[in-house]
Write a protein that binds this ligand. Structure first.
Ligand SMILES: NC(=O)c1ccc[n+]([C@@H]2O[C@H](COP(=O)([O-])OP(=O)(O)OC[C@H]3O[C@@H](n4cnc5c(N)ncnc54)[C@H](O)[C@@H]3O)[C@@H](O)[C@H]2O)c1
Length: 317
């Protein structure tokens, strides 16, 4: 039997195939479909590679497609001139099992991570929220800012100890780089640091604030103190991941937060659970990163290729 050609989307092709606006809508739908039980997602598997970082195997299935993302988080890599996150996605036909496409995991991850931040802000930020504070302006910070800008947030304060990283975001989006305090004073604050030290303390919380906590996506990472986390109205992408390897972990382990205090974003988006308790509440969304988000963006990229909107390289396996 002849082996069919398999399309391969590199970073540039993924980003040409799926706009931030399309990623946001696809990811929003993925949360709703998963909440409804229509999309399947076994738990993410972590394979530590001490002392450098870890590998993650992330499968999901939905809408006739199945996906496996094999991706890394190696926090020391930038010092070696290498990216923190890299990997490959295999998208398959859920009906036949055949591989349909290989995709660069880094660009899909960046797009779906930023998209989730925009989806969470849309669902949970207070009415009239218009400014974005960005704490951590690396790859995922940049894409978070791009997605929030695509969602209509016109003003922002990027902050990063690496002034050049903050300036890059500021120049691209017409925002103004600032101090940590200035970033934390914005309506929607997105934290996208490596999670080595907390950047949000209980004293930083103001009525009406929405926090997207994106950097703590594995064991041992945190961007807010447990006391700060415990003072917020809490939301997460997936409880098991958030409680064991996310921003909520410290507060859960300290006995400050239990399952009944945390709402899944999918339930809010589906209208099955309340979102923000009131205009003065402080809401916190813990993003740990889900394979359904990857499936949403990879599915959109595959659609773009099928419709001839993007060119792919090809391989025969
Ligand atoms: N939630 C998710 O779905 C998801 C997805 C991908 C990556 N991540 C995580 O997000 C984090 C960032 O990833 P990345 O690829 O953007 O890394 P990166 O190395 O490209 O960027 C990190 C940035 O944070 C800055 N930084 C470090 N300490 C800081 C501090 N105290 N205050 C402000 N900025 C600080 C660094 O200078 C750098 O610019 C990692 O922990 C990664 O594992 C989460």
């Amino acid at each position: 039997m002849p082996v069919p050609e398999l399309p391969v989307l590199d970073e540039a092709a993924v980003l040409a195939a799926v706009s931030p606006a399309e990623a946001i809508e696809s990811v929003r739908q993925a949360f709703v479909r998963h909440h409804a039980g229509e999309w399947a997602m076994p738990a993410k598997i972590y394979l530590p590679s001490p002392p450098h970082g870890d590998f993650r195997a992330m499968p999901a299935r939905g809408d006739g497609l199945a996906l496996l993302k094999w991706v890394t988080s190696f926090p020391g890599n930038p010092e070696r001139g290498l990216p923190t996150v890299t990997g490959v996605i295999c998208l398959s036909d859920a009906g036949t099992g055949e591989p349909l496409m290989l995709l660069d995991a880094r660009s899909v991850t960046a797009l779906r991570t930023g998209a989730a931040a925009a989806v969470a802000a849309g669902a949970l930020a207070r009415e009239g929220a218009s400014s974005v504070g960005l704490v951590g302006c690396g790859l995922h910070g940049l894409w978070t800012a791009r997605c929030l800008a695509a969602a209509g947030y016109a003003a922002g304060v990027p902050h990063d100890p690496d002034a050049a990283a903050a300036e890059r975001v500021a120049v691209e989006l017409g925002w103004g780089a600032g101090t940590l305090a200035e970033a934390l004073a914005c309506d929607v604050v997105c934290c996208v640091t490596p999670g080595a030290v907390p950047v949000v303390e209980a004293g930083d919380l103001r009525p009406g604030l929405h926090l997207n906590m994106l950097g703590a996506d594995g064991p041992g990472k945190a961007e807010a103190t447990p006391a700060a986390v415990a003072s917020c109205a809490l939301f997460c992408d997936e409880w098991e991941q958030a409680a064991h390897g996310g921003e909520l972990t410290g507060a859960v382990e300290a006995g400050l937060v239990a399952r009944d205090r945390v709402t899944d974003l999918g339930a809010v988006l589906a209208g099955d659970a309340p979102g923000r308790p009131g205009p003065d509440a402080v809401t916190l969304f813990d993003s740990t990163g889900l394979a359904i988000q990857d499936l949403a963006v990879a599915g959109a990229a595959h659609r773009a290729w099928r419709e001839g909107r993007v060119e792919a390289q090809t391989v025969r396996l």
